[in-house]
Design a protein around this ligand. Structure first.
Ligand code: ARG
Length: 459
């Protein structure tokens, strides 16, 4: 016999099997089940306080939902595609258990405000899990930065050796990015944390509801103030996915660097074996699979952002079934982000830095040329002129196959009479670093101060 839908009274023929499958969401939205129950219990409690549900009805709903929750947790709940989604599955089960009280639960409510509430409750919990994971990764990076606050490496622009920096300073750049990422998650949470329930299908309800009470029961900071907006906009999910995309993009950049640094041609670092794989044909290979996959998965999350923002575009008010498509991209964004953060925090603890290789690279690239230019400026030469003097000196050194620091004083003085013996201090990588001693600079003392500041903020 054809199963009756909650809405089938209006229809003269049943939907086809294909349409049923096509329109159903239970296969994925069952993930919202616990939040759906939480929302329903708050709604029922509010209806009871408003005099819409009796004591007996509320007690039955609470009892029935407690049973259903344990069935779900035990994996014993029979999810039925013919009941379309998580909401109707749970409601039907409740009614089977407690009869008419179960049918009264949906008073003054629609699946439209129900699902919007469920997603917000779910996403809030995910954000609350993600922020500490970002913190853990920051701690791994800070530990590495601490260990290498003095380790010289070439800083690059255009991937050409530019100026010496410390490896610690380089790691701190990612700590800054991740700090903003965590901040963005917190900002987004504020807008996620508002209650749609009470909007009902789109226009509100004729029952004497108390939305602020429901909001309080569910830990929402406020209610959504327009019923049409409450059931239809998914901007909070788009915003979250944008914030998640930025985390992934930041980690993709770091991945790209780790991959490059681990290449034998560069050899700046090694990644612990547990994050790498071998080749089935080339016995010598050790491949940085984890960072490569993170770089790849960043595309997947940015794709979800595109999916969600396109989903919203051109939807008229209020709710449209299009919105059912919000869940899979959002769920996958959260899963990908959480796994990536976890694995990354561990991977960064398994990085071995090779300071000799980094130092050798600094010495090959005339990384202290700017230091020589600054030195001449401090002796009175205008910067543009000193830039020219140093360019000529670099050209000469390059021709000789040596570093600036290898040129004798008399050769250097041939380029500018302002150059004296004290020049050699600024021509070493350590001298170069030490002079960048201001907030945000790469001097080891500044790197240590920045680490301390971040550790204190992390608490
Ligand atoms: N499964 C639906 C969704 O995810 C629930 C809301 C459906 N509402 C409706 N009137 N068809 O959006």
């Amino acid at each position: 016999m054809q199963e009756q839908h909650a809405w089938s009274g209006r229809f003269s023929e049943p939907v086809s099997e294909l349409v049923k499958k096509y329109t159903a969401s239970v296969n994925f939205d069952l993930r919202l089940a616990e939040f759906d129950i939480e929302g329903s219990l708050a709604h029922a409690t509010m209806l009871h306080k408003a005099g819409v549900l009796s004591d007996a009805d509320l007690a039955a709903i609470r009892r029935g939902m407690a049973d259903i929750l344990s069935e779900i947790r035990a994996g014993e709940f029979d999810w039925r595609v013919d009941l379309e989604d998580v909401h109707m599955n749970i409601e039907r089960r409740l009614t089977d258990k407690i009869g008419d009280a179960g049918k009264r639960l949906h008073t003054g409510r629609s699946r439209n405000d129900q699902v919007a509430t469920d997603i917000r409750l779910w996403l809030r919990a995910q954000i609350d899990a993600i922020v500490p994971l970002i913190g853990e990764l920051k701690t791994s990076l800070l530990d590495l930065a601490d260990e290498h606050a003095d380790t010289v490496m070439p800083g690059f622009t255009h991937l050409q050796v530019a100026q010496p920096v410390t490896f610690g300073h380089h790691m701190l750049a990612y700590v800054e990015m991740l700090s903003r990422d965590a901040e963005r998650m917190g900002d987004c949470r504020r807008r996620v944390n508002r209650l749609p329930l009470g909007a009902a299908a789109l226009a509100g309800t004729t029952f004497p509801i108390d939305r602020h009470y429901t909001a309080e029961l569910l830990g929402f900071d406020d209610v959504c103030h327009n019923s049409l907006d409450a059931v239809s906009d998914r901007d909070f999910a788009i915003e979250f996915t944008a914030a998640a995309s930025l985390v992934m993009v930041h980690l993709s950049r770091l991945s790209e660097e780790l991959i490059l640094w681990m290449s034998p041609r560069v050899g700046f670092i090694d990644i612990a074996d547990r994050f790498c794989t071998g080749s089935s044909i080339m016995p010598q290979k050790k491949n940085p699979d984890v960072p490569e996959l993170v770089r790849g998965k960043s595309g997947r999350v940015v794709g979800h952002l595109m999916a969600l923002i396109t989903l919203m575009k051109a939807q008229p008010l209020a709710y449209n079934k299009d919105n059912q498509e919000d869940k899979e991209p959002l769920f996958d964004t959260v899963d990908t982000l959480i796994d990536t953060l976890r694995i990354y925090a561990d991977m960064m603890r398994g990085i071995t830095v090779k300071p000799e290789a980094m130092r050798a690279a600094v010495l090959q690239g005339f990384a202290t040329a700017t230091d020589l230019a600054d030195y001449l400026v401090k002796k009175g030469l205008p910067f543009r002129d000193s830039h020219e003097v140093v360019a000529l000196a670099v050209r000469h050194a390059e021709g000789q196959g040596v570093d600036l620091a290898d040129l004798s004083l008399s050769v250097l003085q041939g380029f500018s009479a302002l150059i004296a013996e004290d020049v050699y201090v600024v021509l070493t990588p350590e001298g170069s670093l030490a002079q960048r001693d201001h907030v945000g600079g790469t001097a080891p003392a500044q790197v240590r101060a920045a680490i301390a500041r971040h550790r204190q903020l992390l608490g």
